[in-house]
Design a protein. Structure first.
Length: 431
């Protein structure tokens, strides 16, 4: 008898829980943690922003190797190694007394994040779901969204016990909680006598009603091929995806990790700024679930483009914040737009390129798109040091984010089963 709950949903829950704890200090809690460290050592804004950029770039450099290792060895061992790197990096961060140690510890946690974060979880979950892929990924990404709840806890730990002790505590949580959860992760369901989406074993794929298959997932369901990395690199879609996410990463990374220092500089209390940082992932649940859910029924390109519009508008509003109440409209636009593309990114890649080399293709995309996350904080930090204000930087970043909208809308739609057969026949005749 089939289990009452499909095992893929357990993987969704485990991946979500892991991202709750790892994203707390390493992403959404970055602003609070950096404010405490930089405040103690009196480093410049550019020095702190460069550390954020270094972390992003090292994650990008590690991404292709992580993708290859996932395709070669599976997701579970890669996730365990990544979590180990995070724990050691946090312990190192708790002991630093110079800026080189600050950079070095963040570099190690960056490598660990690349090997244990959402990129790994999305690949694992994508292999267990096809018809329900966007819904599964949307639920999984509630995890890092709820990580915002822990930001006030991190703030309390830093205020009460100091940032060094806070890092030690979080390293212990990674080892005691996250590593056992990583053991839940499994590779393809066929290895365990199961079918994607929990379909009955032995049921032919054709038995799944074609009308129940979302149009934009038809390339996976109806296609006989999965693209290799080299084949994906030859497609226009790969480069349009890369450019769109590079531009948005350049804009939204500073908005997430440097919002707290900006708000404090505007005269907003640190506690209020910390709650604003927590509000970004919390409100992003609306985008992750609300917009991500519709990815199984509507064209994902339009949903992603709409999300980018919301992000650009939110960053533009951020430039004008002078009072605490103005944080709310910023969150309503930016956070929802920030959350929308997150579960749809891997689903789009699977739709266009298939599952055979998904890890390697995603690693290649992350390597390129994280360049935006590397450049964004440095760009903003340099402008702040030159002009003494964040305002010009936020406006320019909003414009950069808006450029990703036409890039997304101009991507070709994934092939339907009928168009796939025509394409295959055409290629057969040509060969």
């Amino acid at each position: 008898m089939r289990p009452r709950i499909f095992y893929g949903w357990y993987m969704v829950a485990a991946s979500a829980a892991i991202m709750v704890l790892s994203a707390s200090t390493l992403y959404f809690g970055t602003g609070v943690l950096f404010s405490a460290i930089v405040g103690e050592y009196h480093w410049s804004t550019l020095a702190a922003a460069a550390a954020v950029s270094l972390r992003s770039e090292l994650s990008a450099i590690a991404a292709p190797m992580v993708g290859y290792m996932i395709d070669r060895f599976g997701t579970r061992p890669v996730m365990l190694i990544g979590l180990g790197c995070i724990a050691v990096g946090l312990l190192w961060l708790s002991q630093i007394d110079a800026i080189w140690g600050f950079y070095g510890s963040l570099a190690l946690t960056a490598i660990g994040t690349s090997g244990s974060g959402g990129a790994v979880g999305t690949i694992a979950v994508s292999r267990w779901f096809v018809r329900k892929r966007s819904r599964a990924l949307s639920l999984m990404f509630i995890g890092p969204a709820t990580a915002g709840i822990t930001v006030p806890v991190l703030t309390w730990l830093i205020t009460t016990h100091g940032w060094r002790t806070a890092n030690v505590i979080w390293a212990g949580i990674i080892v005691v909680v996250c590593m056992p959860l990583a053991l839940v992760i499994r590779d393809a369901p066929e290895k365990y006598g199961l079918r994607p989406d929990g379909d009955p074993p032995g049921q032919p794929e054709a038995a799944v009603s074609a009308s129940a298959r979302p149009l934009d997932q038809a390339s996976v369901l109806g296609g006989s091929r999965s693209l290799t990395v080299k084949q994906a690199l030859r497609t226009r879609t790969f480069w349009q995806l890369m450019m769109a996410y590079t531009l948005t990463n350049m804009a939204n990374t500073p908005a997430v990790v440097l919002a707290v220092p900006f708000l404090v500089g505007q005269g907003i209390p640190t506690e209020t700024a910390a709650w604003a940082a927590a509000g970004i992932p919390a409100v992003s649940v609306i985008g992750r679930v609300g917009l991500g859910f519709w990815g199984d029924f509507l064209d994902k390109r339009y949903i992603v483009a709409f999300s980018f519009v919301l992000q650009a508008a939110g960053i533009f509003l951020l430039a004008g914040i002078t009072e605490a109440w103005m944080i709310m409209p910023f969150l309503a636009l930016f956070a929802v737009g920030f959350g929308g593309p997150i579960p749809l990114r891997t689903a789009l890649q699977a739709d266009y390129f298939g599952l055979g080399s998904l890890g390697s293709i995603q690693g290649a995309l992350m390597f390129m798109t994280t360049i935006g996350g590397f450049m964004g904080p440095i760009f903003l930090g340099a402008l702040v040091d030159m002009t003494g204000t964040y305002h010009l930087g936020w406006v320019v970043l909003a414009v950069i984010c808006a450029l990703s909208v036409p890039l997304t809308l101009m991507m070709p739609p994934p092939l339907t089963p009928g168009r796939r057969r025509v394409a295959d026949a055409t290629e057969g005749k040509a060969s």
